[in-house]
Design a protein around this ligand. Structure first.
Ligand SMILES: CC(C)(COP(=O)(O)OP(=O)(O)OC[C@H]1O[C@@H](n2cnc3c(N)ncnc32)[C@H](O)[C@@H]1OP(=O)(O)O)[C@@H](O)C(=O)NCCC(=O)NCCS
Length: 281
């Protein structure tokens, strides 16, 4: 446990973040139907809609993609809807909840590791200070009938503007390596790929993405480019774990070759890499 004297003020502030009135964050027009949509902080009253959207999103995924959205209990969502462990954002149109995500935190690094808040794998948190605070973005879902309205971009942008995220030192997300649409979205929103690992549950690859509040500053010359996110998965594991490199989209890659990544060192990480933190299974 981190002692209270080590907990930055913003954690104490967020313990009091639970004024559980739904509050509108943003309003925009759906690009497909032209209908108006609102983004708001969800409340416990939204629980049935949250569960229904989670299930509808999962049900629409083919079997091989079910791990994009893991099954969750109502208790899991309740602790975000009531502000106990974070918040939930939702997008609604005509009274229907059509997109949502969870913001878990703020958490101290020790708790991120102990609670496996970002990943069940033992990864190296090379780019987080011991007293930094972290918010984990989880359970993003868009209703299958409303795909193609860039709802994931709208809700992620709104999430990054939330005081909960703005006051944290880092935002993190874990995304299936197969879920190209999703990790590309995060990379395009300022996240870097900082770890890759095989999930102990389903043995499928996961990418860990991180966005420090002040962004990454990279060494000038990339250390590896034209990296294939699928074929080079093992290499990505090592580049990030052992060398502490950070992946971004390789904008120079040819259009026909599909998405490629470029890996660079952080200009801020000097000397020997911090010890990799291991947790017991
Ligand atoms: C990832 C996700 C949130 C993106 O949804 P979105 O914001 O609607 O995506 P976009 O608006 O950028 O869609 C771009 C195109 O991809 C299509 N598309 C989006 N998600 C799709 C999916 N899961 N399967 C097939 N096509 C999909 C859209 O229909 C659209 O095509 P169109 O332009 O021909 O209409 C959504 O796919 C989803 O809910 N997936 C399942 C849950 C998931 O993966 N969550 C993320 C976990 S980290």
């Amino acid at each position: 446990m981190v002692e209270d004297k080590h907990i930055p003020n913003n954690i104490l502030f967020y313990k009091d973040y639970s004024c559980r009135k739904s509050s509108m964050v943003n309003q925009f027009t759906l690009s497909k139907s032209g209908a108006s949509a609102t983004i708001e902080v969800l409340t416990p009253a939204h629980l049935p809609k949250v569960l229904a959207l989670h299930e509808a999103t999962r049900a629409a995924l083919p079997e091989a993609q079910k791990m994009f959205v893991l099954p969750q209990s109502s208790g899991y969502f309740e602790k975000f809807l009531n502000g106990q462990s974070g918040i939930m954002l939702g997008v609604s149109t005509n009274g229907q909840l059509i997109a949502q995500l969870v913001l878990m935190g703020p958490l101290a690094l020790e708790d991120v590791i102990a609670k496996r808040a970002v990943t069940r794998n033992n990864i190296a948190f090379h780019h987080v200070g011991v007293f930094d605070t972290v918010v984990a973005i989880k359970s993003m879902a868009v209703h299958p009938d409303f795909r193609g309205n860039e709802l994931s971009q709208h809700i992620l942008a709104a999430a990054l503007e939330q005081p909960l995220v703005q006051n944290a030192d880092h935002a993190f997300a874990q995304i299936s390596a197969d879920n190209e649409r999703s990790w590309e979205l995060f990379l395009r929103n300022g996240f870097g790929l900082v770890a890759a690992a095989t999930d102990p549950g389903d043995q499928k690859g996961r990418f860990i993405l991180q966005k420090p509040a002040t962004g990454f500053s990279f060494d000038m010359a990339p250390s590896a480019d034209d990296v294939d996110p699928v074929k080079d998965f093992q290499a990505i594991t090592q580049l990030t774990q052992r060398e502490g490199l950070i992946g971004r989209l390789d904008e120079g890659a040819s259009l026909t070759s599909g998405l490629r990544l470029v890996f660079s060192a952080s200009a801020e990480l000097e000397g020997p890499l911090p010890r990799v933190v291991q947790t017991q299974n």
